[in-house]
Design a protein around this ligand. Sequence first.
Ligand code: C2E
Ligand code: CA
Ligand code: CA
Ligand code: CA
Length: 279
Amino acid sequence: AKQNGRDNAKFFEAYMASEVTSRFQYEQEIKDALDQQQFHLLYQPQVDTLSQSIVGFEALIRWSHPANGMVSPAEFIPIAEESNLICRIGDWVLEHSIATLSQWQKECANALPIAVNISGRHFVAEGFIKTIETLLLRHQVDGQLLKIEITEGVFIHDMSQCIDIMGALKAIGVEISVDDFGTGYSSLHYLKELPLDILKIDKSFVREIGDQAEGDKICEAIIQLAHNLDLKVIAEGVETQEQAKVLNRLGCYIHQGYYYDRPLSEDAALKLLKREQHT
Ligand code: C2E
Ligand code: CA
Ligand code: CA
Ligand code: CA
């Protein structure tokens, strides 16, 4: 048994060592990806079902790794979030989204807003607001064209700090969405305390619609809550006509999902934007 215990300890040490190496290697690969332009953004339309028009886009990052092909953000974002690498990625996403907005402004009569996903660590990092202000100014883009999506996880940080950051974003016209609403563990207190604009219903709730009789109850509750608190509400992951119908019936009219459009390349998004404006 003693021998066995020692083996286990050895195994654990080796495991930890390889874990450290692979994390280190993984982080190095992310740094290389930033330096070598291996990231790009896709833009998924958000549709207003009342006016039947596109009202904005969400920027979603993609990594084409030279050896491993497409790596999902669901894989590398959590790893980047364990260090300040997530701030470098977030800055890159902001820079590219704002540059895209500037491009759209030149090519279309009306550019539409882009929502950017920002991790908690980055949101409260020093210089976050300054970076946004600088980029908007440099690219001559109005703050109202940029939206920030954060998850409830952000609110584990100091409330008064969150209030300050959100206030600064508000002051330059940048709206704030709570992403994946209802999937975190936070209390609902923050909804009263913080100057939020939008609740995004997570696709895990939208998926339940129509599945069983009670499937739409959570969506209904979130939509009611948003209305009562005077917040806008967006449903993500809308895949079927039935889900769209139910959401409309419940009073949620801004939808995002494969039923309408997949995340699109920058060119495809611009084409869609131009077509929208001719109709
Ligand atoms: P999210 O912010 O909740 O984004 C929505 C995800 O749902 C995206 O996955 C999108 O492609 C996918 N989606 C859209 N419509 C549908 C649909 O109808 N059905 C289904 N099943 N899925 C749909 P994606 O692009 O793989 O991103 C996964 C997550 O990675 C995002 O979840 C977000 O948390 C994170 N992420 C993506 N881009 C960024 C980024 O630029 N920065 C940060 N910090 N996180 C990002
Ligand atoms: Ca999002
Ligand atoms: Ca989500
Ligand atoms: Ca998310």
